[in-house]
Design a protein around this ligand. Sequence first.
Ligand code: ADP
Ligand code: ZN
Length: 610
Amino acid sequence: MKQLEQLLKRFFGYTAFRPLQADIIRQILQRKDALVLMPTGGGKSICFQLPAIYLPGTAIVVSPLIALMKDQVEGLIANGIPAAMLNSMMPEEERTRVRQHSMQGKIKLLYISPEGLMNELHWLLPRLDISLIAIDEAHCISHWGHDFRPEYTQLAVLKSEYPDVPMVALTATADKITRQDIVSQLNLQDPKVFISSFDRSNLSLTVRRGLNKREKLNTISAFIRRHRDQSGIIYCLSRNNTEMLAGELQDMGIRALAYHAGLTPELRNRAQESFIKDDVQVVCATVAFGMGIDKSNVRWVIHYNMPGSIENYYQEIGRAGRDGLKSDTLLFYSVGDLILLRRFAEESGQQETNLQKLETMRRYCEADICRRRILLSYFGEETDQDCGNCDVCKNPPHRFDGSQLVQKALSGMIRTNETIGMPVLIDLLRGSLREELRNKGLDRLKTFGAGRDLSYKAWKEYLYQMLQLGYMEIDYVNENKLKATELGKRVLFGEQKAQLAFYKEEADNLVPKPSGRTTKYQPIRPRQHGHVDDSLLDSLRQLRKQIAERESLPAYIVFSDDALADMVARKPVTLDQFSEIHGVGQIKLDKYGKVFVSLIRFVLKLPQMT
Ligand code: ADP
Ligand code: ZN
């Protein structure tokens, strides 16, 4: 084990294995099969990369997407590990070269697409000394999984061709049917199953509800300013919204692009590449964006609209913080989204299932208990601990007797014979002089203006709570009008009390729009103001970006955000100190040690080394 830890430091620059990694590696080194279930960012790759380095011969890694292969191969080469890939998009000469190098035993890890593997099965593979076989994204083999790939089913032949080669299947999709399907289809022999927790405790969870478009924009702009220069994704329900948002953000001087399936492949590729290379900070995207993006330093994910299910939501927020660093997620939720998503679900082929999933998602959004506990229990992992890293944990609700508010709202609804929706009800309660109200004669009702003391937003928030608590409901078949429930009527008639959670206006929404200014890349010039750590981090980022551009690599392949954060924390001013930094292995020390150390000395105003 000691030796493996040394390899981990030498090649990857990490000092310790994460939970399960060492056990999985041991299993493979004993030439036994394994099934590995770990969430995105859990550290699956090391589990087969390290044994591949340790064992003689070449490891075969099957991976479904060229972008994923490319990312991993680049990462390995950057760490001095001989790796290569074979796929149909490469020119034939290059493939020939890779085959030759593999046969000469020069490649430690060979990444192949499943169809590529079938092509090489009878010619190349028998000529290699295969150390292990890793099947990445193994859920693609299952019809039950969400990205079934027919080519994956052919991988069944591998076990019969190579019965003695250890095989490890890895996936982030945990459900039971898929799991069994993977084992039986790959014909894994008595595999040990490793399931790591699906908790992504580094992701903060926040839900904001009932914000209008302007308020959402203000909140997003304040959020992005708090995440200066940090990459993030904003998921939207519609293509139009992605473009609208990207435009608004650009106007604020934020480097943002839209991404959706309606764009040409060139535009989509360009958006993806610019994001990976940190040329744009924000991608406003439909759910089409993300699969195949292995960028480890996505620092935040915002849902501009509510997702249709917890699975989708978890997968989408899971694109943040794959490097394990603290990352933030924010979800906007509104009755408008709910109405739209209900319609989608009703028009879908599996109406019942989809409505049920939406209902679970709604309950998550409206929860007033620790959100992470809801997520984990959804994935079958119960815990009795609150997480401390969700909005509910950070701001536990303060309750008060809200019976009067419920009575006002319900009496307003009932006096209009339940013919109004939320916006008109709020105007009615607040005594708005809007023409629509006067035309309908609502200004003559007894409840008109009965709730003047509360702001529009506050009423909206309390009405959401009343919906959630079941005092009223939305009549989806009848133009989404509000209806009083039996429970609500009991409160109305004073037979029962209603507890509501006190609502406090958030400061974010009130932040004015910043003036438009684009942050363009500048030669390294440390920021003079603010804390030295900020200015150091800023300079390190600039240097990383320059190197990445020169080497045509994504910045996070040069150094992860983690590594930069460690440099800021430890301020290494000698090469020895630099070698201790998280993510600095031998190759990166040799290649980048000097420039980084001299930059750190420069920012700290220390003399340069001679
Ligand atoms: P997955 O494939 O499970 O989504 P990765 O293998 O890409 O995750 O790992 C996620 C991140 O965690 C990568 O940046 C990786 O370098 C880092 N990582 C993996 N193992 C360790 C470790 N033992 N110590 C520190 N960082 C690690
Ligand atoms: Zn919590």
